[in-house]
Design a protein. Structure first.
Length: 483
């Protein structure tokens, strides 16, 4: 595919959140008109920050960012803001356009149709499900008709139908877009290049090709560089050993030793700066706390939503320890509503054993205090504070000493997810409730999380739209809300 003129150029751009949180280090790259790129990197490496720099929401510490005059940029964020929940859809879209549009309804109808969302103008944003909110975020960017579209985890909370619809939209899309996603198959369908942000060196590498081709190219390059470094390391060690032997001699042999040390230093400079492998979290176990006898959860009825209207459905579901329930259904049907009813013990038609401890993984991380730190969150669920145990569990989820003292609101969504899993390990719940636990999570972590849930010995209620993830988990019962 031929691309057009350059629309954005980064020249030696550096950015950091304080001296201990560098994000970019002298980054250079150009973005051309019509390009469709995936933006890759470890959780917390700075992918969202890079998008904010492109959009002008953040300013570079040094270097320069050049954008084509008149270039319009729109970002589809990862989540709806809390203050947006009280807006009607018309007010929501009006806010994203940034200026008063008197004939806005036809524009709203058009973008809602594009994202396969039921046309509505006066419905409250807060009444929409997580999947519907994901579609609204995409529509809020499309209504701006931008030259550059930035999508941050657009498949989160989407059901398979929604993902397929979005995939086809991006295949047909004629303008420039950059997409952050951990869904490899989704990215490979439409991307023709990759930007790789290295969270360790804080450099940005640019590749051309489909997503799968680029991942293979990176792997081959890494293996080649590792082989070269191994050979150089062997030669360096030999030179140093020879220098040590000759260094104790006299006369010409001391000069030989000096040349050996100089040669070792030259070889060290030749060693390639190899990207560290993206780390995966350590395998973990979520301990089952308590020993409740009998039913832990009983569901005799629940609420579903059709055309935004609630309807009651009767059920006969009971869970004891060791039993896992999958709640399934399309976006907006009421899955998260049911899980929240169980988690709060307040749902009509829902009984939760009064002695059971509930571990709730909310898709919007509502269980995490945004003004607290990971240390506060983890310490708050321990029966008895043990700093050594807390830090050991945190480290297993890649929560470093720097991250553990950072406010939750300043973490990436992926880091919030890892804090939530660490919280469950220390909480020791007897009932585990998980609402889309793979959202925002690096693909390297997903099999490890699946294994932990598969072996969990308590009662579990799960919602997930990722079939490959669900297949790895023992499921004893399925509740199809639409049936």
């Amino acid at each position: 595919m031929a691309f057009g003129d350059t629309i954005i150029r980064f020249d030696a751009v550096s950015f950091e959140y304080g001296p201990k949180k560098p994000i970019l280090r002298e980054v250079n790259f150009s973005l051309r008109e019509g390009a469709k790129l995936a933006l890759m990197g470890q959780n917390g490496s700075g992918k969202t920050t890079l998008c904010k720099l492109m959009a002008g929401a953040l300013k570079a510490e040094s270097g320069s960012i050049h954008a084509r005059p008149g270039l319009t940029i729109a970002t589809a964020r990862q989540a709806i803001l809390q203050e947006e929940m009280k807006l009607t859809l018309r007010e929501f879209f009006q806010a994203h356009l940034g200026k008063k549009i008197y004939d806005i309804d036809p524009k709203i109808d058009m973008v809602l149709t594009v994202v396969n969302f039921p046309v509505a103008h006066d419905r409250l944003v807060g009444s929409c499900s997580g999947g519907q909110q994901a579609r609204l975020l995409l529509a809020s960017a499309l209504i701006q008709d931008p030259d550059l579209l930035l999508l941050d985890e657009p498949t989160n909370n989407l059901d398979p139908e929604g993902i397929a619809h979005l995939r086809q939209f991006l295949i047909d899309y004629q303008k420039t877009c950059i997409v952050i996603s951990h869904d490899a198959d989704f990215l490979n369908a439409f991307t023709r290049g990759v930007l790789y942000l290295d969270g360790f060196t804080h450099a940005l590498e640019q590749y051309v090709g489909t997503y799968f081709d680029v991942v293979e190219e990176i792997s081959r390059r890494r293996e080649k560089e590792n082989r070269k470094n191994a050979q150089l390391a062997k030669s360096i060690q030999q030179k140093k050993e020879q220098a040590n032997v000759f260094g104790h001699k006299s006369g010409q042999l001391r000069k030989v030793a000096r040349r050996m040390r100089e040669k070792a230093e030259e070889l060290e400079e030749e060693m390639v700066s190899v990207r560290k492998e993206d780390k995966a979290i350590r395998p973990f176990v979520i301990p089952r706390g308590g020993d409740c006898i009998g039913d832990i959860v009983r569901i005799s009825s629940y609420t579903i939503f059709r055309d935004h209207k609630p309807a009651t459905r009767h059920a006969d579901i009971a869970l004891r320890k060791h039993e896992h329930l999958l709640v399934a259904g399309k976006n907006g049907i009421g899955k998260s509503t049911l899980l929240e009813a169980i988690a709060t013990r307040a749902g009509k038609g829902v009984f939760v054993h009064p002695d059971v401890r509930i571990g709730y993984y909310s898709q919007n991380f509502s269980t995490l205090d945004p003004e607290g730190t990971p240390y506060d969150v983890l310490a708050g669920v321990m029966d008895e504070l043990n700093g050594e145990r807390l830090r050991s569990v945190a480290a297993g989820f890649l929560i470093s000493d720097t991250i553990i003292r950072t406010k939750i609101r300043d973490l990436s969504e992926g880091q919030k997810g890892l804090v939530s899993f660490a919280r469950l390990v220390l909480q020791k719940p007897g009932l585990l409730i998980l609402d889309e636990p793979t959202n925002h999570i690096n693909f390297r972590h997903v099999p490890i999380i699946a294994e932990a849930l598969n072996t969990y010995a308590g009662a579990m209620v799960l919602v997930s739209h990722v079939p490959e993830f669900v297949e790895k988990i023992r499921i004893d019962r399925i509740c199809e809300l639409e049936k």
